[in-house]
Design a protein around this ligand. Structure first.
Ligand SMILES: Nc1nc2c(ncn2[C@@H]2O[C@H](COP(=O)(O)OP(=O)(O)OP(=O)(O)O)[C@@H](O)[C@H]2O)c(=O)[nH]1
Length: 441
């Protein structure tokens, strides 16, 4: 997300101040949401900033026939009592997802799913360094259900695409590297997509092969004595159902994100989509904070110094279903209807679209391709109850074993960060009231 510009209450001196890099980093870390590191500036405060969704009058004129809210104010998260000193490395509270027979009976009939999951194939993967220093791996998928390029944004080293890694007829090692089917990292002069394996087999311990090793490996006689790269697969030993994600890390974090041009790219304060994308990325980038024990701290004393283990990663499945599946053109019309007094669901219906036109079969298929089906299950970051059921697929190919609610940053920080606007308040209240989104257990 780009930086829109300094907040209105920022003086020239402040701008000079933040021109120093470390000050800028600190400043960005403190201000609002947006892409990790390149955090957007705090949006202008509105006169409604002190209100919570639970304070909103949900039954105004156009909502006259709307049933009372399904989630009582008691269910909305409380304001954070102390905003100052709030740590940015906070971890989300995760809730177990029930799998008891009663809950199973509430699962939609199989006929509401596609009979068969779509077929997906990861066409290319590339390393994306980010402004926070975290690297992510962007996977681009094609499928047999639509013409769109859906994405998987993978964090951490543990998640690999089976369709990407599979050998394709006639391809060279260079072809494999160009489409991202390699292990480790690329560097000028690398000759094999599987050079890490070759290096291990050759007993070369360094992270990056030395120039002399590379020269040797590139010699025909050296290649003859080295294992044939095309015969080595560092991942093809993984069967269709096996996961590369270590079981000891627990269920991996997954977020299914639906495209939102307005919320992610042009700083819209009508929705919290940009903030949610950023927050999911942040949670998958940071490791859980662990207290460091120091001499003299025996007896259970918590040392304030914290050590950050590496992130266990996760994946954001980025589905190209803009505007809850109705597309940008219709969503912009829906915005005009909202300015005329309708809520997000009514606006969709007035445009003869369903309230929510999305489907999740592609997400299920992509998760399976990334090895995230099966017993281990996933930890799904969402408030959307439909999504929890739908992403599991017709035969529960993927298991959602935990759910992490996505609490708006403005709620968590008493309005100091995140999206603040009357529009977003109405948007969230409609999600709670009509789409039954769960902002807690
Ligand atoms: N039709 C329509 N779509 C919208 C509107 N605002 C945001 N969206 C779209 O809504 C999608 C995001 O869905 P949400 O319902 O906000 O969230 P969710 O993914 O269902 O669930 P959580 O994020 O977990 O709460 C994106 O595709 C946005 O483009 C709107 O006013 N009208």
């Amino acid at each position: 997300m780009l930086i829109a510009g300094p907040p209105a209450d920022l003086g020239f001196d402040d701008v000079i101040q933040i021109s120093h890099k470390s000050s800028l980093d600190r400043f960005l870390a403190q201000h609002s949401h947006a892409s990790p590191g390149l955090t957007g500036f705090e949006p202008p405060r509105t006169k409604n900033r002190e209100r919570a969704v639970s304070d909103l009058k949900l039954s105004h004129a156009v909502d006259a026939k709307v049933p009372p809210p399904l989630v009582s104010p008691a269910f909305t998260p409380p304001r954070t009592p102390s905003v100052e000193g709030q740590r940015h490395d906070r971890q989300p509270g995760s809730l177990p997802v029930s799998v008891d027979p009663e809950a199973e009976a509430k699962r939609p009939a199989q006929s509401t799913f596609l009979e068969k999951l779509p077929e997906v194939r990861c066409e290319v993967r590339a390393r994306i360094p980010t402004t926070t220093g975290t690297e992510m791996w962007l996977h681009l998928y094609h499928n047999n259900a639509d013409e769109k390029e859906h994405l998987a944004i993978v964090f951490g080293p543990h998640i690999r695409s089976k369709s990407l890694d599979a050998q394709r007829p006639g391809e060279s090692e260079r072809d494999r590297m160009i489409r991202g089917a390699y292990s480790g990292t690329l560097y000028p002069g690398r000759v094999s997509s599987r050079v890490q394996q070759i290096r291990r087999d050759a007993g070369v311990p360094s992270q990056r092969p030395s120039a002399s090793y590379l020269a040797q490996a590139n010699e025909p006689q050296a290649r003859a004595s080295s294992p044939d790269p095309s015969q080595i697969s560092e991942t093809s030993s993984t069967s269709d159902t096996e996961s590369t994600y270590p079981p000891e890390l627990g269920p991996p974090m997954v977020r299914i994100h639906s495209e939102c041009y307005t919320g992610e790219t042009v700083w819209s304060a009508r929705c919290d989509c940009g903030e949610q994308l950023d927050e999911a990325a942040r949670l998958m980038s940071v490791g859980p904070p662990t207290p460091v024990s120091t001499p003299g701290s025996e007896g259970g004393d918590q040392n304030p110094l914290l050590e950050r283990p590496p992130s266990s990663g996760g994946v954001i499945i980025y589905l190209r279903q803009e505007g809850r599946g109705i597309g940008l053109l219709s969503k912009l019309k829906a915005y005009n209807l909202q300015d005329l007094g309708h809520d997000t669901m009514e606006a969709n219906l007035l445009l003869r679209h369903p309230g929510d036109a999305r489907s999740y079969g592609l997400a299920t298929a992509m998760l399976l391709d990334l090895g995230l089906g099966g017993e281990q299950g996933i930890k799904l970051l969402t408030n959307n109850p439909e999504e929890v059921r739908a992403v599991e697929g017709p035969n529960r190919e993927v298991r959602v074993v935990e759910r992490v609610p996505m609490i708006p940053l403005a709620w968590q920080t008493g309005g100091k960060r995140g999206v603040n606007s009357p529009e977003v308040e109405k948007y969230i209240s409609t999600k709670i009231e009509k789409f039954k989104h769960m902002f807690s257990g």
